[in-house]
Design a protein around this ligand. Structure first.
Ligand code: EPZ
Length: 420
């Protein structure tokens, strides 16, 4: 186990690069299973979830190798097992993304039902319903999803809710179905467009990715492709908030500003001076304390739920009162009680947090509960007087590559210690 120790009070000032997007590389790795030829995926972030995905694919027999620059080469034709076991799925819910590709390419899949997690019950009923509409026979028993299909057939699928991985699973499955599939009320996240671009490079016929309606014309076979994963907009947003919360200046490179409008708008509202190039963003608070902002999370292109905890931290020390409403997950305020241990003034009313900015926070031992909450605690610790420890940092390692190195490069006093 490890802890992260942060000595608050530094005004961040510097430049860092952004890694490939966790929520794009995970579906893309599993999508390679659909192909008959080798794929090479680059700009892969060094994250625990990527390691878990590679382990899962290796367990299924796929030929998979990673080079020193973290480029992953997959030979899907060697795959000879079709199960995603509980011991792996319980550590990474995104393993559900193996269901669509296995079913479409091999006609069968046994995937452990991903349990809930700290932020919510996380059901997968929309994934299952969509595959059934495509002709799959799906039984849920003994904690597993057991799916079979001679060959999936194209269908019109109206998603009850906007679901990112639900849209991704069904889009992947539809690439090899007989006939055309239309997914309506599809999620529009940039990671879905990135996945579609990779599938198209493999020979899939997809139009409308990134809009509410995606049309997939099934083909008989897909090949392989060399593909570079898009930059992680949530990692990028997290480091910009690190600059904003400390009143500093942060420049991030290898980013994609045009996937971050809602985040950048809110940072500007908080008083940040934002300048952008094609692949870089500079935030400068010019030494000023941020102003409180109100926001409501919702599917893309609205404000992303994965940035909610980070902005809750920002509001803790802002001028004024900020109101944050979480509409995507039912339990995504676990960070609030930890922030209150630092002296934050937050009132929770259902799925809304009312945050009255305070002049200063003071250090305390904290415990991370989920991926984005743990990043939020690190951000708050950057401005808490004294040394804050954040325990259970394995949550952070699932989604942030070398967070201590990147924050140290910006001037933070942060280190990781191993504990028994
Ligand atoms: C993806 O999760 C992301 N994970 C999450 O990022 C992100 O928070 C979320 O989308 C929302 O943007 C990956 O892409 C690997 P959803 P996903 O299906 O697909 C309900 C992070 O921190 N729902 O869009 O699981 C669901 O309960 C993670 O990087 C159903 O009811 O989220 C939720 O309330 C956390 N039935 C809402 O829809 C279903 O079958 C949106 O969930 C599917 C979803």
């Amino acid at each position: 186990m490890a802890k992260i120790l942060i000595n608050g009070g530094q005004t961040l000032d510097g430049e860092i690069w952004i890694s490939g997007a966790k929520n794009a590389v995970l579906p893309i790795l599993f999508a390679s299973i659909l192909g008959t030829k080798i794929s090479r995926i680059s700009n892969v972030p060094h994250l625990q979830d990527v390691t878990t995905s590679v382990e899962l694919m290796a367990q299924m027999g796929a030929g998979i190798s990673i080079d020193e620059r973290l480029r992953i080469e997959i030979n899907p034709s060697l795959l000879n097992r079709h199960e995603a076991p509980y011991d792996l799925v319980k550590t990474m819910r995104a393993s559900i993304l193996v269901l669509g590709p296995l079913l479409a390419r091999h006609g069968r899949a046994t995937v452990s039902l991903p349990g809930g997690c700290a932020i919510g019950s996380r059901p997968v009923n929309l994934h299952i319903h969509g595959l059934e509409l495509m002709g799959a026979d799906i039984q849920v028993k003994n904690g597993n999803i057991e799916a079979t299909a001679k060959r999936l057939k194209g269908a019109r699928i109206l998603m009850d809710l906007v679901s990112v991985t639900g849209t991704e699973n069904l889009m992947m499955a539809a690439t090899l179905a007989a006939g055309t599939t239309v997914i309506e009320n599809a999620a529009r996240e940039p990671e879905i467009e990135d996945l579609a671009n990779y599938l198209i490079a493999m020979g899939a016929k997809i139009s409308g990715a990134g809009t509410h309606t995606i049309i997939i014309e099934g083909v008989d076979e897909l090949g392989g492709a060399d593909y570079e994963v898009l930059p992680d907009r949530i990692e990028a947003g997290t480091y910009l908030v690190a600059g904003a919360i400390t009143g500093g200046r942060v420049k991030i490179t290898r980013a994609r500003p045009n996937t971050m409008d809602a985040i950048l708008d809110k940072l500007a509202e908080a008083g940040a001076k934002i300048t952008c190039g094609d692949d870089w963003i500079e935030l400068d608070m010019q030494g000023r304390r941020p102003k409180a902002v109100n926001l409501t999370t919702a599917p893309y292109p609205a404000f992303p739920t994965d940035m909610q905890a980070q902005f809750t931290a920002l509001n803790c020390i802002a001028e004024g009162t900020g109101v944050i409403t979480e509409t995507v997950f039912e339990n995504r305020f676990m960070h609030v009680q930890e922030l209150q241990r630092l002296g934050a003034d937050i009132q929770l009313e259902g799925n809304t947090a009312i945050i009255r900015g305070v002049e200063k926070l003071t250090a305390a031992p904290l415990m991370a509960t989920d991926l984005r909450a743990s990043a939020c605690l690190v951000l708050a610790a950057l401005v808490a007087k004294g040394e804050t420890s954040v325990d259970r940092v394995y949550h952070i390692d699932r989604g942030y590559e070398i967070i201590e190195e990147k924050l140290s490069q910006l001037g933070a006093k942060i280190k990781r210690i191993q504990i028994a």
